[in-house]
Design a protein around this ligand. Structure first.
Ligand code: CTP
Length: 151
């Protein structure tokens, strides 16, 4: 039987439980999970910044047992990447559900036979929140992660 290839992409800065849960769920629905890790240049272009450099972020994601391969995400064109990889499933957290960007992706994906799967976003944690904590701008709200507030 033909192997199902799935694709997901993200910055994966300061790798956290939300990232892990997404990758675990994704691998549960495909035979081969390919992850696009956003290169530093594109992170900047998106108006964001990553604390951990691309090479380290890619190596961390590559080492996760649910991940079969990592590719550099050089541009925003996720559909072109799916086509290149032969991926028929595209995964993302549901924080993107209903956004203009992903509604457009859905239309394009439908034409290409690619299905978008939204997984529940893990509330209470994000790279942005962790960055704020590191910079001392914020205390973590999630009581389960209150150890991050110590010191
Ligand atoms: N994600 C998730 N739950 C979280 C954080 C991220 O499910 N708490 C998912 C996103 O929806 C995306 C993937 O993980 O599909 C990679 O997202 P990324 O942008 O790297 O993670 P964030 O921690 O949300 O980063 P930022 O705060 O910079 O937006």
């Amino acid at each position: 039987m033909k192997k199902v290839i799935g694709y997901t992409a993200g910055v994966f800065d300061l790798f956290h439980i939300g990232h892990l849960t997404l990758l675990k769920n994704a691998k549960g629905l495909c035979d081969k999970l390919v992850v696009g890790v956003t290169v530093d240049k594109l992170v900047k272009y998106k108006g964001k910044s990553a604390i951990i450099p691309y090479e380290d972020r890619a190596e961390i994601v590559r080492s996760i047992k649910y991940v079969d391969a990592v590719v550099p995400q050089q541009d925003m064109d996720k559909i072109a990447m799916c086509k290149k990889l032969g991926a028929t499933l595209l995964f993302v957290g549901d924080d993107w559900y209903g956004t203009e960007k992903w509604q457009k992706y859905e239309e394009e994906c439908a034409k290409e036979g690619i299905k978008i799967i939204y997984f529940p976003y893990t509330e209470g944690i994000s790279s942005t929140k962790l960055t704020e904590v590191i910079k001392g701008e914020k205390k973590v709200h999630n009581p389960q992660k209150k150890h991050l507030n110590d010191k």
